[in-house]
Design a binder for this molecule. Structure first.
Ligand SMILES: Nc1nc2c(ncn2[C@@H]2O[C@H](COP(=O)(O)OP(=O)(O)O)[C@@H](O)[C@H]2O)c(=O)[nH]1
Ligand SMILES: [Mg+2]
Ligand SMILES: [Zn+2]
Length: 316
């Protein structure tokens, strides 16, 4: 009998649903875990310290362990989240990149696209935009809507998963290598198709995880971490699939921060007459002048004004 409990093991949260989590060990074993306290603060991508639940299993060969407790969450490199009026919803932690995944159909909301990009900018996360379903006839029009994003410096990739999976794979390969990439986008755009194309045993993993989390559904109702490379350790290429959402609130931000998080506005914001210009109606506003000249798209300008308005409303 030892006087000290063995040190907790390190693990990676690969899925979570309510108070149920799946923690993966560096050797690749997946352990259902619960948080120690009342709160479920861990999110997918968190590195955690966990312990086997049963006394008898402590210090036992890891193979014997069938359940654990999350003791502590390691400090995060970043956390991507949205904040609506009433709740904060985390997407994932410790990411290297965001892929905003949209499609020619259903037609994407530029406001949602902008919000996702702003959220990424606000936590210093690199983002790129992916347009899927370029086999469909409305491709030119949707590509055109993304032109301003290319111009302001975002990488915009495109392809068709149904027509040429190999081309998509080749386009994405250099961006995905060795990094943890979160795929975020509306439902119906091909995210599951992408995961199934890139992750050979994705379907099996989804089944296994939904069973372990008792969610009982095979659709993407939870965020899930998939390895793209085989091997051990947590620094391999990974794809994180996330369920769709209705609203992308940015209540965590102040209205005055927004322009600095929009590259096309940021480029001009330094030239305004007033240092605290809100870029909506002030005289001598360099942003509005750029809108006039067509250097900032009318839709981006509208999205900015609406967002500024929304974030200026009194919070309760
Ligand atoms: N035309 C077309 N359909 C696609 C493409 N990629 C996926 N789909 C279809 O779009 C639908 C939604 O795909 P799914 O992967 O479930 O989207 P998710 O909701 O984002 O996970 C399915 O019927 C797919 O077969 C594509 O490149 N072109
Ligand atoms: Mg899906
Ligand atoms: Zn201004």
């Amino acid at each position: 009998m030892t006087t000290h409990a063995p040190a907790p093991d390190i693990g990676l949260v690969v899925a979570g649903h309510g108070r149920h989590y799946i923690v993966e060990t560096p050797e690749g074993r997946r352990i259902p875990c619960h948080p120690r306290g009342k709160k479920s603060e861990a999110v997918v991508g968190d590195r955690v310290h966990w312990r086997a639940t049963h006394e008898g299993a402590r210090g036992a060969a890891a193979d014997d362990v069938d359940e654990g407790v999350i003791e502590k969450i390691e400090p995060r490199r970043n956390l991507l989240y949205r904040q609506d009026e009433w709740k904060t919803k985390s997407f994932a932690a410790n990411l290297d990149q965001l892929l905003v995944w949209v499609a020619v159909e259903p037609v994407f909301s530029e406001s949602q696209l902008t919000r996702a990009l702003i959220a990424a900018e606000s936590v210093g996360l690199e983002a790129c935009v992916c347009l899927n379903k370029t086999d469909l006839p409305q491709t030119d029009a949707q590509r055109e809507r993304l032109a301003p994003y290319r111009a302001m410096g975002y990488t915009v990739l495109e392809g068709s998963l149904s027509q040429d999976i190999e081309a998509w794979r080749a386009t994405l390969a250099p961006r995905l290598a060795g990094r943890a990439s979160l795929v975020l986008g509306p439902s119906g755009t091909g995210k599951s198709t992408l995961v199934n194309a890139l992750v050979p045993d994705a379907r099996a993993q989804v089944g296994e995880i939904s069973q372990a989390l008792n969610s009982g559904r095979h659709t993407t109702t939870t965020t899930q971490w998939y390895w793209l490379d085989v091997g051990e350790g947590f620094d391999r290429a990974a794809l994180i699939d996330s369920p769709g959402f209705q609203e992308f609130g940015l209540r965590q931000l102040e209205p005055a921060q927004i322009a600095q998080l929009m590259p096309d506005l940021r480029e001009h914001a330094g030239g305004c007459r007033f240092y605290n210009c809100s870029h909506r109606h002030e005289p001598g506003c360099a942003v509005l002048a750029a809108v006039e000249r067509g250097e900032i798209s009318a839709s981006r300008s509208r999205i900015y004004a609406a967002l500024y308005e929304e974030l200026s409303q009194t919070r309760w």
